[in-house]
Write a protein that binds this ligand. Structure first.
Ligand code: GLN
Length: 416
C-alpha cells in the first residue's frame, strides 16, 4: 500500500460578470495568505466559471468571455498560479472549441487542469447541464464522466508496494456542479450517476468546481406569484442592501481564511436544519447544502441495509453478465460485495462560488474538503446511519462560509 499526503487549497470566489481583472486580483490576494504561512499546496482549485461569473443568457453574451483550453486569459491565469506555487491548478471556465474536421464551433462549461510546468494535462467538460448552461448554447460533454491521473509524491510505502518509486499516479475525476445531480433532474434520484462512476472506476481524488445555488435563490423553475417566492425576494433585497459585497466584492472585504489543519466542520443532521430561507452567518457553511452534497455520494457512505440489498440484487448482477455498458454498482452494492467502497478511501474537494448575481441568484459558497474513509460502523443493534454529514464514514475536514470569499487549506492523507 502507498500513502500520500495531499496538500490542497480551495479558493472560494465571488466572480461577477465583466470583472475579470478584479476577480483575479482578489484571488491572488487570497493565495498570498498561503505564502505568509509558508504553505505549499500541490493542488489549487477554483470554482466553476471561476473568473467570469455564471449567469450568461445567450451565446452572444458569453462568446467574448470564452477561451480555448490552452490559451487566453483563463489559461494564462491558471498557468501563472501553477508556476508560482509549483502545483496543479484547476480552473472552471467557458470553453470555445473549433473542430479541426468540421470547423464547427462548440461551447462547453469546462475545467482545465494545468501542471507545475504550465501545461494543460486534462480538460473536462460538464456532462450534465443546468438550465443556465442551456441558455447560452452550452453543449454536453460528448464522452461523459471520465477518469484521469494526477501525480503526487509518495509519503510512505508499506509492505508489498514497490519502494523505489517516489511518485504515484492518483486516479482522479472532475464533476462540475450539476454533474452531482440526477441528469436534467429527471433521472431516478437513486442512480447516483457521478458517485457511482467514482466507485466503479476506483477514483480516489474527486474534484468539484461549482456555482451551486443556495435555496434562497429564485430560479426560473419557480412561479413568481407564489407567496414563498415573494418572501425570498424580499430577503434577497434586504441582504443586498445590508451586505453590498455580496454583489460588489472588493479587495477591502473580509475574507474567510481557514488554514488550520486540525479544525474540522461540526456535523449536523439533515433534520436539524431550521434555518429556513434566511441567509445568515456568512462565515459559516450552509449545512443544508453540505448535507445534500454528501447525500449525492451515497454509494461511498456506510449504511445499514446493504447486506440485505446485496441478496436482493444478486439476480440483477447475474442477468447483466459482463455487459460493460451498465455501471457495475447499484447504490454502492457491487456484484462482489455488499459495499463496493468498503476498506477503500477517497478525497472530495468542492470549490463553490459565493455571492449574488443579478436580482435573485444566491450562490451557496461552503466550499469544503471531505474524506470518505470506507470504514464499517454498522452493527445489528445500532441505530441506522443517516445519509448526511452525521455519517461517520465521511470526515468533514474543513469548510468555508456560505457568503464570504476565502481560502481553505488542508493536508490530507490518502491510501492507494
Ligand atoms: N443544481 C445545481 C444548483 O442548484 C446546479 C448549478 C450548476 O450546475 N451550476 O445550484
Amino acid at each position: 500500500m502507498v500513502k500520500i499526503k495531499l496538500k490542497i487549497a480551495i479558493v472560494q470566489l465571488n466572480p461577477q460578470i465583466n470583472q475579470i481583472a478584479n476577480t483575479e486580483n482578489r484571488a491572488i490576494k487570497l493565495l498570498n495568505k498561503l505564502k505568509v504561512h509558508n504553505l505549499t499546496p500541490q493542488l489549487i482549485i477554483f470554482p466553476e466559471f471561476g473568473l467570469t461569473g455564471y449567469n450568461f443568457h445567450s451565446k452572444a453574451q458569453i462568446e467574448p468571455y470564452t477561451t480555448f483550453n490552452n490559451k487566453g486569459y483563463n489559461y494564462d491565469f491558471a498557468k501563472k498560479v501553477s508556476n508560482e506555487f509549483q502545483c496543479y491548478t484547476i480552473l472552471g471556465y467557458p470553453e470555445k472549441f473549433i473542430s479541426k474536421e468540421t470547423k464547427k464551433l462548440s461551447l462547453y462549461n469546462s475545467t482545465m487542469v494545468i501542471n507545475a510546468d504550465g501545461k494543460l494535462v486534462h480538460n473536462y467538460r460538464k456532462s450534465f447541464l443546468y438550465d443556465t448552461d442551456e441558455e447560452w448554447g452550452c453543449e454536453e460533454n460528448p464522452i461523459g464522466f471520465n477518469k484521469f491521473e494526477l501525480e503526487f509524491p509518495v509519503s510512505q510505502t508499506t509492505a508489498g508496494a514497490s519502494a523505489n518509486c517516489n511518485k504515484v499516479k492518483v486516479p482522479s475525476a472532475i464533476g462540475i456542479c450539476m454533474d452531482l445531480n440526477p441528469y436534467k433532474f429527471e433521472a431516478p434520484f437513486n442512480d447516483f450517476e457521478f458517485s457511482s462512476f467514482v466507485l466503479d472506476n476506483k477514483v480516489k481524488l474527486i474534484i468539484c468546481p461549482m456555482a451551486w445555488l443556495n435555496s434562497l435563490s429564485v430560479t426560473k423553475r419557480e412561479q413568481a406569484s407564489d407567496i414563498a417566492i415573494k418572501e425570498k425576494l424580499h430577503e434577497i433585497t434586504k441582504l443586498k442592501k445590508e451586505m453590498p459585497f455580496l454583489c460588489k466584492p472588493s479587495e477591502n472585504d473580509k475574507y474567510s481564511i481557514n488554514l488550520d489543519n486540525s479544525s474540522t466542520t461540526p456535523r449536523k443532521e439533515s433534520c436539524e436544519n431550521t434555518e429556513g430561507p434566511a441567509f445568515r452567518d456568512l462565515n459559516k457553511p450552509d449545512m443544508e447544502n453540505v448535507n445534500y452534497w454528501i447525500l449525492r455520494f451515497t454509494p461511498l457512505l456506510n449504511i445499514n441495509y446493504r447486506a440485505k440489498w446485496w441478496k436482493q440484487l444478486k439476480d440483477i448482477f447475474v442477468e447483466r453478465g459482463s455487459n460493460n455498458e451498465i455501471s457495475s454498482s447499484i447504490l454502492g452494492v457491487t456484484k462482489e460485495k455488499p459495499w463496493g467502497f468498503q476498506d477503500s478511501n477517497a478525497i472530495l474537494c468542492m470549490s463553490n462560488r459565493c455571492g449574488i448575481e443579478e436580482d435573485n441568484t444566491v450562490f451557496a459558497g461552503s466550499s469544503g474538503i471531505y474524506k470518505f474513509n470506507g470504514k464499517d460502523f454498522t452493527n445489528e443493534e445500532s441505530t441506522p446511519l443517516t445519509l448526511d454529514s452525521s455519517n461517520p464514514s465521511v470526515e468533514l475536514l474543513g469548510n468555508l462560509g456560505k457568503g464570504e470569499e476565502g481560502i481553505l487549506y488542508r493536508e490530507v492523507e490518502l491510501e492507494l
